[in-house]
Design a protein around this ligand. Structure first.
Ligand code: UDP
Length: 324
């Protein structure tokens, strides 16, 4: 029998590779035997998220803004486009880079996937549903987005990114996938990125009041990062091209979330109420029927377990910061 050619090691490009999700995705891809080329301009990503990869022969880091032309001589099998400011504070501070990375950055990375005949995976978002009038959110809901509000820079960039991804799929025949990511938490979030999980944990660990925006009746559903990455990896291996929600359907009010953080950390912190930001969605919960049936995926990590691990991460991070 003729010898089978050795199966080549898949090569993945991860944009936003030094970010919270990009770095966890990189770890998973390396564990699956991929070579990873991570690209990040470090505007919101951080080298501490990838310092454990220094010297790994399967890993390369390129500091670049993906809105600029991407030149990579390598053969590439997968392009994961995960670069973008992703917390409301970040995209309010960086409105134009947010629009550019969602629009021009998606165009460039799709162009890269086309040139390399690679599979393309877009990190999209539950923000595509805006302040939803349908609850929970299914993928066939078109959303309720204010295009000119402060969150519009993120929401509309991601909606454009989905549109151009489907156009490259339909017109150029590129193998594309779209994951709509719901609120996700875990180690490597930035303590001060403004999102509710690091904000409340940071406040609780510093014995400061937890700042609830509005009356705390708005809801979110929080997914632990390892579950999210597992869903995304499965999607990358599927032959499904329409958007797939990945998130944890366990929904709670922000008031309940604050009370949970106070209880689990054992802090003496109280609660302080602040004005609700403009266009803050009142409810959010993924319908994950599609992910269940197509990917055989559902989240496994219970809230108590995931949040305890995340609190421990921030506790250690704060202790290290004190030593510096
Ligand atoms: N939030 C809050 N206090 C904070 C930060 C956020 O009450 O210090 C609220 C925010 O108004 C929203 C929810 O928590 O209703 C989740 O906010 P996050 O910034 O994590 O992301 P979003 O889900 O709005 O994109």
């Amino acid at each position: 029998m003729p010898a089978q050619p050795a199966k080549q090691q898949p090569v993945s490009v991860v944009t936003g590779g030094a970010g919270f999700l990009g770095s966890h995705l990189t770890d998973r891809l390396l564990a699956e035997g991929h070579r990873v080329i991570a690209i990040d301009n470090l505007v919101t990503g951080h080298l501490t998220n990838i310092e454990h990869l220094a010297g790994n022969p399967g890993y390369r880091f390129i500091k670049q803004d993906v809105t600029q032309y991407l030149f990579l001589p390598d053969e590439i099998d997968y392009v994961f486009h995960f670069a973008s400011p992703a917390s409301p504070i970040d995209y309010l501070e960086l409105p134009i880079p947010t629009l550019k990375v969602g629009a021009l950055g998606t165009h460039n990375t799709l162009g890269l996937a086309k040139a390399k005949q690679a599979t393309f995976v877009l990190a999209s978002t539950s923000e595509c549903y805006g302040d939803p009038l349908v609850h929970p959110q299914r993928e066939d809901y078109w959303g309720n987005v204010n295009p000119i509000g402060p969150r519009g820079v993120y929401d509309e960039a991601k909606r454009f990114a989905e549109a151009i991804t489907m156009a490259y799929h339909r017109y150029h025949g590129i193998d594309t996938k779209i994951v709509r990511i719901f609120n996700t938490y875990g180690p490597r979030m930035r303590l001060r990125d403004g999102r509710v999980v690091p904000a409340f944990i940071g406040q609780a660990l510093s014995e400061m009041p937890l700042t609830i925006f509005g009356d705390g009746t708005q809801t979110r559903s929080f997914c632990y990062v390892s579950d999210l990455i597992d869903g995304i990896y499965r999607l990358s291996q599927s032959d499904f091209h329409e958007p797939v929600n990945i998130g944890n359907p366990r929904e709670m009010t922000i008031q309940q979330f604050a009370e949970n953080i106070i209880r689990i950390t054992g802090t003496t912190s109280g609660i302080e109420y602040k004005p609700l930001p403009v266009d803050d969605p009142k409810v959010r919960q993924p319908d994950i029927a599609r992910a269940k049936s197509i990917l055989g995926w559902e989240p496994k990590v219970e809230f108590e377990e995931g949040i305890t691990r995340t609190i421990e991460y921030f506790r250690q991070w704060l202790a290290r910061a004190e030593q510096r």
